[in-house]
Write a protein that binds this ligand. Sequence first.
Ligand code: RTP
Ligand code: MG
Length: 140
Amino acid sequence: MALERTFSIVKPDATKRNLVGQIVAKFEEGGLRVIAQKRIQLTLAQAQTFYGVHSERPFFDELCEFMISEPIVVQVLEGENAIARNREIMGATNPAEAVAGTIRKEFALSIGENSVHGSDAPETAAEEIAFFFSGLELVG
Ligand code: RTP
Ligand code: MG
């Protein structure tokens, strides 16, 4: 199986509580490697563009306001089956439904403030990586 790359965000609820290291440790223990990482603060326009697929959903405004409320840490993770593996390590969107040991079970505060984002398919992973990183910043 070839190496795959996925895009990950440590969300504002987690950066605020100083959980970046504990979250990265979960990815590393799960077999993924951080090949790019930076701490940034999104503008509202950037958050709305990034989550554009959800623009008609009732939680869209709340989600975008949350994503700009504190700095975030954006990452590219690499490994075998990285997209699926990352989503397993994150756990279900709603922490009440997440399996024990997953990031969202251990750290998420609610379905909205759920500590991490991970790409859901190869096409979205490629788009999301390109939205935040230049090729030169990816050091595999
Ligand atoms: P993500 O995109 O952040 O990795 O999460 P996901 O695939 O598990 O969930 P998705 O359906 O793509 O939703 C994106 C983010 O929107 C927020 N959300 N809030 N209040 C709500 O009912 C609700 N539902 C979703 C969450 O922050 C979710 O991660
Ligand atoms: Mg999603």
